[in-house]
Structure formats: C-alpha cells, structure tokens
Ligand binder design. Structure first.
Ligand code: PLP
Length: 389
C-alpha cells in the first residue's frame, strides 16, 4: 500500500527522531514531574527543558509563558474561556472571525450560551482576509478579547496579525491567535506578531497527537479550565503527558532548523501542483479558493473547487487509488452542509459542492502530483459522463 497523502493539514506523521526522543519517557524516565523524589525531579527538569525549547520556537521571552495542554483544541478553549472568565468584570464582549477553527468558534458559542458573553464574528473578504478597519470599528468599551487565527486550515489565508494585534493593544484589549496551522510552516514569533496568547498543536508539525501549547504573555490572568492540582503554574491541572511534550519539543526543534528549506520546497511544489492542475482546464472549470499563492497563503495549502462536480465523489474515487485529500464541504444524508469557511468567502454552491483541500508536506514530490493529475483526468471524465455534462 503506497498511499499518496495530501492531507497534512489534518495531521502529519511523527518523525522517527521524535519517536526516538519520546521513547525513554515511557520506561526509564517514567516518573511524574510533580513527584519530589529524585526521578520526579529529573523528569521535571526534562519538562522545563522542553518548555524552553517551545518558548524559543515561538520567540517567547520566558519559558514560564508556555502552558502545555492536551492539544490545540484544549489550548484554544483555555485561551478563550480562561481569559473570558478572568476578565469578565471588565466586560463581556469578544471579537473573533467567521472562519476560525471550531475550537475557537464553539468556545465563543459556549461563552454566549452559558455565560452571557456577546461575540462579534467579523466577516472576511473573498480570499478570507479580516479587514483591520472592520476590527477597529467592532472594538467596544466592554471588549476584553480578540481571537483571530494566524493561518486558516481550509483555504490557507494568512491574516495581517501584526496590524490586528496592534489595534487590540491600542484599545487595551487582549489578543489571541490560533497558530496551529502556521507553526512549522511560517516563520513567526509572538514578539513580532505582538500577540498576548497563541496556540500550537504538536501533531500538525510532525509531533505526536494529543499535545499542544498555549503561549500566555507574562502578567495575563487565566482561569484554569481543569480543576485539580497545581501543575503548569496552576493554569492547567492534571499530570502532563511528558513523552508527548518531549516529542512536540523535538519536532519543534527539528522544524525550526529546517524551516526555510521546508518553506522553499513547499512553495515550489505548490507552484508545480497549480501549473499541472491548469492542464485540466479543458475538462472542468477549476477555481483556487483563498489568496493568491505567495506571502499571504500557507505554502502547503491548495483548496480547489471543481465546478458542477461533487467533491465527495472525486474524493471517493481518489481514495480508491490510494490518494488522500480532504473534503471542502460535507455532504450529510443528501443535504449539503457547506463549510463555514466557504460560506464566509461567499463561494457559489456550484463551486462549493466540488471543493477539495489538498495539503502538501515535505514527504510529497512531483511524481505524486503527476499521478494525482492523471487520476483526476480519468475521474473528471467519468463523473461528467455520469452527469451528462
Ligand atoms: C488542527 C487544528 C486545531 C485543533 O488542534 P488539535 O490538536 O487537533 O485539537 C485548532 N486550530 C486549527 C487551525 C487547526 O488546524
């Protein structure tokens, strides 16, 4: 089984160096970092080394600004709910965008539904960009938090976070960004971005699943979302998943050293992909969703709409050839539910229904793309015959 994997935005394989780094922490170095005995203190030392590495990876000034969590979803929840609860006496208004990951959007919905917060969901333009002017006019006296993602997981849009965070800081409002897709694919630092909180997840950059981190600028209060012990300086109770944290730190170190080469490789592969897709223009009208390739788009992301074709049918046929990609819209029991991102960019349904996200990795090469395009040619012809168009 030789799978061609174009779904790195969903998850990535754990690198063998990462597995090797994690291994000892399941056996010899199994101790709980909260234990006071020698083995525990040694584990605590390793935990703090990993925290230093993640702080360095994100450009944080202090290691203690990093809180380890059980993934990106938990870090987003901690950022949104933790800040909302800690600052609610200063106001109960939050601003986010319409195209956030559900970890952010549904945390906002939770705060609206159960805790009486008001949330403004900023619209985006046809390429998925939030307008700084819109953000500025949405800020109110009772706004306590703004959460806008660094890079979008469906259409690859990289937001002008520096400008947006600057507007927040001028208004004395905290700014969180979900950088889960950006980490390991973009060169950024929390300092340059000027953000107060930032989320990452290990499994999106060749680390293990179920581990993430939240950067919390020193001085910012958070109400913990887990009640329990005093781990993570009372910001996240529960015994930390040390092997996973070690793995994430190793993955961060590796990608940090290779980032420029990785970005160059993905950029070139992305260009080749799009040039090859052009060759299908006679067969079907194909639209690239999201920003033009370049500085404002994730180099791994390609989101295509095949006009008048069903994305699910194309995906199914690709999977028969062992090619993995992701749907842009989910077709549930015959009724099509458009992804909130495609809806927010106002994509017409003739395009939206035929949307597929391909996400590249350094494990892909031009041959994979040649094979994909060959298979797509056959699949599109067949589906058009079935549709009689
Ligand atoms: C994957 C992802 C998450 C969720 O991270 P998990 O570790 O899978 O919980 C959050 N935000 C974005 C943008 C993502 O791509």
């Amino acid at each position: 089984m030789n799978e061609i994997y174009f779904d790195s935005a969903a998850t990535t394989p754990v690198r063998k160096e990462v597995v090797a780094a994690m291994q000892p922490f399941y056996n010899e170095l199994f101790a709980n970092p909260a234990s006071s005995h020698l083995a525990g203190q040694s584990a605590a030392g390793k935990l703090e080394d990993a925290r230093e590495k993640i702080a360095d990876f994100l450009g944080a000034a202090k290691a203690e600004e990093i809180v380890f969590t059980a993934g990106g979803t938990e870090a987003d929840n901690l950022a949104l709910k933790g800040v909302a609860l800690a600052y609610q006496n200063q106001g109960k208004h939050i601003i986010t965008s319409a195209i956030e990951h559900h970890a952010v959007l549904n945390s906002c919905k939770f705060l609206e539904k159960y805790l009486g917060f008001e949330v403004t969901y900023l619209p985006v333009d046809k390429n998925g960009f939030v307008s700084p002017a819109d953000l500025k006019s949405a800020i109110r006296a009772d706004t306590i938090l703004i959460s806008i993602m660094l890079a979008n997981n469906e259409i690859g849009t990289i937001q002008p976070i520096q400008r947006l965070a600057d507007l927040a800081s001028q208004a004395n409002v905290l700014f969180h960004t979900d950088a889960v897709q950006a980490a390991g694919q973009l060169n950024f630092s929390v300092k340059e971005l000027g953000v107060d909180l930032l989320t990452i997840a290990g499994h999106k950059f060749n680390g293990p699943k179920g581990v993430g981190a939240l950067y919390v600028r020193k001085g910012i209060k958070l109400v913990p979302q887990m009640s329990g012990g005093s781990q993570e300086r009372k910001r996240r109770a529960g015994t930390v998943n040390l092997p996973a944290v070690i793995g994430m730190a190793k993955a961060a170190e590796l990608v940090q050293n290779e980032l420029t080469a990785k970005i160059n490789y993905l950029t070139e592969l992305n260009q080749y992909f799009l040039a090859e897709i052009e060759k299908l223009a006679d067969l079907a009208e194909i639209k690239l969703n999201g920003p033009e390739p370049g500085i404002n788009r994730l180099p791994a992301n390609i989101n295509l709409s095949f006009k008048d074709l069903a994305g699910e049918a194309i995906l199914f046929n690709l999977s028969l050839k062992n090619i993995a990609a992701a749907a842009g819209s989910a077709c549930a029991s015959g009724s099509l539910s458009m992804s909130h991102v495609l809806e927010a960019i106002n994509l017409e349904s003739v395009f939206a229904e035929g949307t597929i996200r391909f996400s590249l990795s350094i494990n892909n090469n031009k041959k994979d793309i040649d094979f994909l395009v060959e298979e797509l040619t056959t699949i599109i012809k067949r589906l058009k015959n079935l549709n009689n168009i």
